[in-house]
Design a binder for this molecule. Sequence first.
Ligand SMILES: Cc1cc2nc3c(=O)[nH]c(=O)nc-3n(C[C@H](O)[C@H](O)[C@H](O)COP(=O)(O)OP(=O)(O)OC[C@H]3O[C@@H](n4cnc5c(N)ncnc54)[C@H](O)[C@@H]3O)c2cc1C
Length: 466
Amino acid sequence: MSHSKHLVLVGGGHAHAQVIKALNKASRSKDLKVTLIDSQKSASYSGMVPGCVAGAYTAEDTLLHLEPLSSWAGIDFINDQVVDIDFERKEIVLKSNEDPVSFDAVSLDIGSASRGLKTTKGALENTIPTRPISDLVKRFDAETQKLRAGDSSAKIHVVMIGGGPAGIELSMSVMGRWKPIVGKDNIRVTVLNAGSELVSSETDLNRQTLVAAMEERGIEVRQESYVQEVKPNCVVLESGEEISCTHCLWATGAESHSLAFQLGDRGLAVSDRGYIRVNQYLQSVSHPFVFAAGDCNVIEGLSKPSPPKAGVFAVRSGPILVENLPKCLTGKTTKESNDLTAYVPQDDFLKLLVCGDGTAIGFRFGFPIQGKWVFDLKDAIDRSFVNLFKEENLPELEDGKPYDNSQYDATADRRPPLDPTDAAEIWRRTDDDLNYEEAWDVIRDMAADEQYKNSVLEILADRFGA
Ligand SMILES: Cc1cc2nc3c(=O)[nH]c(=O)nc-3n(C[C@H](O)[C@H](O)[C@H](O)COP(=O)(O)OP(=O)(O)OC[C@H]3O[C@@H](n4cnc5c(N)ncnc54)[C@H](O)[C@@H]3O)c2cc1C
């Protein structure tokens, strides 16, 4: 069959996974051909990776298998690395030197890189980096096997470089996984934070709760510890101090993907930090036939700064691309006639951090939640996303069936909201008996109704003394 338009998806990240599913052969227009190019056959869902490090999940649990998903959707999958894009010729250059792939529209969801990994002396050689995230799982599992096989009385010192959410979660996860293997007296975990406090954008109450949880689990935190070099058995700080370690993880946060930076030389508008500049429609500000979502973009034209690099924003961009990519190919995207859908990133979101022992801590509306039920809640949210793409759950395709993007955020059949006093009580519970669904309803009811939220928050402020 001949196709009149070719859409190429570069990178099978959190946003594109949804595009693949939605633009399946039964749902998309018959004259639209779609191709996915990814250097990996399976992408890791980042939300479950710290839990995987803690031993709560297998590596398989965290994976989205791009090849069977694409095959189900009738989308060509090219397992290759994109090394360049020629926007004049509309051609994508592959690492394998195969023929360039031509396109009518291209969308990039290629993620980000670990900040400073390539520019800090010794970091690449002597640390386990958090990105690419699927490599983290493999390398951590290999180290775990070595510890299991080795001298169980040997003392280990794990240094986590980076005190952001990923470094914090991973430090507690490593402790949770390795302490039972080497013994509680044989493991130290130290987080090196470049700033002067952890999670500086959170409220004092949230920060105190997190710091207390880390202390309880024996995690040391060193503030203002900027790493200058990593040697095989030690980390060198800017001050010259050397901190010896047996294992070192690089969890410094995101910097732009090298391909995104490089595309700036090809005329694509990128920011001075190398992020692809897009408008609210996730469309390049320089090339209307180019879209970018997730960690690799910076969004302009919002009434607030572009959202931080977190998977939740990549996930929320998916349905926007689903709307806009086909429209772009029907020629309705000129500045004069734009019927594209705008992405409005949420201001605050539920942040959930696993503690490595079957519990988790969360932050929402400036207040903390913690306990087993918080882990259960995170588990339910993450699994419901990943399960959408598991081969065994893919539905039979019916011609013309529309995409239901409410499926990972279903809010139907909820109980009526609890009385604010009871809701505030649930919010403060840390015991194992609380069913996460009850608490999840409270949080969603608060997000949906400003007045109700304020009533609950008032009671919470009183009880927490905040
Ligand atoms: C340890 C850790 C834990 C995290 N936990 C959370 C969390 O709980 N919640 C949260 O919101 N965020 C979390 N994050 C942040 C989250 O990982 C990112 O924001 C998210 O993965 C970004 O999604 P994405 O779709 O932009 O890209 P990615 O998920 O990184 O996907 C990019 C895809 O592009 C492919 N690709 C890259 N380059 C090329 C190329 N040149 N050619 C072809 N294919 C390419 C990759 O193979 C990959 O499949 C965490 C990050 C880390 C490191």
